[in-house]
Design a protein around this ligand. Structure first.
Ligand code: HEC
Length: 237
């Protein structure tokens, strides 16, 4: 009987201690994280954050547009199966000096980004860290698609129209083919000839595709880190 009691006690401890250390304690410590206003960093910390461009801004900055809905569509469509949003620290991989995934590496410039940290996901209900990297990491996809909305829609509509070797599935159900009215919609996709709809028709993104675009174009996780997070020592004046 005694040994059964010990057994249950030890087994219980084996569950309770790790659950406390790995789930309960981090949750209690992280749940109340707040955005940090850059301006609050200035007293005593001097440089890099008294940069005029950051005045009045907070880290991380809030979501704009229909991003919340886009985030749910991102989850629903299973994008996390192939895309991460996580840049590893430099001792754990080459993510910070990467050219990107895929075969067209040649002409690409090396883009230096910083590692993502917990705060970067503050406004998200679920951090879409991703499961595998079949496609490129999207932590900073917003920069790559800036002013290239049609490129993003083209990727969703027919990935191989953009890159012949793409192994990504298409998401045509997020688009509507409809009769053109007058000159046609400003949102209509600019498609290559072989995919163009018949005369008199146009392909437009549904409101779901537009929300997804808001979400992807808003992915920018390289805001400078406030000193209170990095723990950098204030510069002496
Ligand atoms: C089966 C795997 C797979 C799934 C699922 C998938 N992708 Fe991709 N994705 C890829 C691959 C491979 C590439 C690189 C080739 C290309 O650009 O077509 C890519 C490229 C991209 C790019 C371009 C990235 C860049 O930096 O050029 C974006 C943006 C993107 N995917 C978004 C999405 C979204 C949004 C979803 C969900 C609706 C999704 N992907 C689902 C495999 C996938």
């Amino acid at each position: 009987m005694n040994s059964l009691k010990n057994f249950v006690l030890i087994l219980g401890t084996c569950f309770v201690v790790p659950t406390y250390c790995m789930v309960a304690r981090p949750y209690a410590a992280e749940r109340n994280r707040q955005t940090v206003r850059y301006v609050m960093e200035e007293p005593g910390s001097g440089k890099p954050f008294d940069d005029g461009a950051l005045k009045g801004l907070s880290y991380p900055s809030a979501f704009a547009g229909d991003r919340k809905r886009g985030e749910l569509i991102y989850a629903r469509e299973g994008c996390v199966q192939c895309h991460t949003q996580l840049i590893r620290p430099d001792y754990a991989g080459i993510d910070q000096f990467k050219k990107g995934w895929g075969q067209d590496q040649e002409g690409k410039a090396v883009v230096a980004t910083r590692q993502t940290i917990m705060w970067d996901y503050l406004h998200e209900d679920f951090a879409m860290l991703g499961q595998r990297r079949v496609g490129p990491d999207l932590a900073n996809a917003g920069y790559r698609f800036k002013d290239k909305l049609n490129d993003f829609y083209l990727y969703l509509y027919a990935p191989r129209a953009r890159k012949a070797w793409s192994t990504s599935p298409g998401y045509r159900h997020l688009f509507i083919t409809r009769p053109k009215e007058g000159k046609g919609s400003d949102n209509a996709l600019i498609l290559p000839l072989n995919l163009a709809p018949e005369d008199g028709l146009e392909v437009v993104p549904s409101s779901e595709a537009r929300a997804l675009a808001d979400y992807i174009l808003g992915l920018k996780r390289d805001q400078p880190l406030p000193v209170s997070i990095t723990g950098a020592k204030p510069e002496s004046k």
